[in-house]
Design a protein around this ligand. Sequence first.
Ligand SMILES: [Zn+2]
Length: 307
Amino acid sequence: MSTWTELASGVWVWRTSALDLSLGLVVGDHSCLVIDTGVDSEHGYEFARAVREITPLPWQVVYTHDHYDHWFGTEAFGETKVWAVGAVDTYLSRGRLEREKLSVRYRKDGEADKARRLGRTRLVPPNSPLVGTVPVDLGGRTVVLRQAGFAHSDNDAVVEVSDASVLFAGDLFEAGADPSFSDAHPQQWAAVADYLLSWKPQHVVPGHGDPQDYWWARRQARDFAEAARLAHEVRTGLITADEAAAHAPFSEATMRTVIARTAEFPSAPPAPAPEPQIHPAPQPPQVRPQYIEEIWIPPFPDPPERN
Ligand SMILES: [Zn+2]
C-alpha cells in the first residue's frame, strides 16, 4: 500500500508500506526532483509510475544516503541526473554487498519473492557529486541539496524546500521507530540535527514514518544529544552500559548500538603535557578528569534562505 500526501504546493511525500518509507517529490514549473527511490527495482517502477500520476515533467533524483532502501529503485527513472554525497565506487561496492547479504537473509527467512526481486535489481550509482550545497532550479522554485555530514551514515544528504518550509531529512530523523545507528556517528549526529533545524522548517520528512513538524524534530535532536552523552559517559567509565540502556531516550537495543558505535571511534586526544616549570604555581585539585568534547564542524558554507 502506498499513498501520496501533498505537504505544500508541489511538495509531495509518497508513503509506502515497504519499510514504512517516505519518498519525496518536489515539482517546479519545468522539472521535478525525486528524493530516494525505494527498496528494489520493482518498487522503484511502482514509485516512478506514481510520480507520473502527479507530473509529466522531466525528473532528476537525489539520494539521501547509500542504504539500499533509499536507492535500489532507481533503474525505473532511466538516464537522468542522480545526485548523492557518496562516490560511485563506494555506492556500487556497498550496494552489491548489501544486495547479496539481504538476498541470503530473505531466502533463509522463507521470503523467496523478496530475494528474487532483489536479484533482478540493477544498481544505479550516482552520477552527480553532491558536495557542500547545490541549488537546483526546478522552474519557479529552487531547492537546496545539502551535504549533511557524518550522522546517520558517512554520506548523509538532505533536501531543503525553503519556499514551502519543508526539510526532507533522509534517515537523519525517523518517526514511528528508533533511528538506526548501525552505521552512525553518534557523537556528531546531534550537532548535525541541530544545524539542519536551524532555519526552523515547518515540515520535517523523515526517511521512515509520517512527516512531522519542527517541534517533533527538535525533540528527536535532543534525544540524539542525550544518547551521545550517555554513550560517552559509558566510554569514560562514569556510568555502566546497563545504566545507559535503562535511562536512554531510545530502546535498550538501540542504545547498545549507540554505545558500540561510539566505542569504534577514537576518543578525543589526550591534552599535551604541560611545560615543566621551575616554580610551579599552586593548582586547584582536579576533582574530575577534564571533559573534552569531540566537536565536528559540518561543511555548510551558507544557511538556507528564509522567506
Ligand atoms: Zn538509512
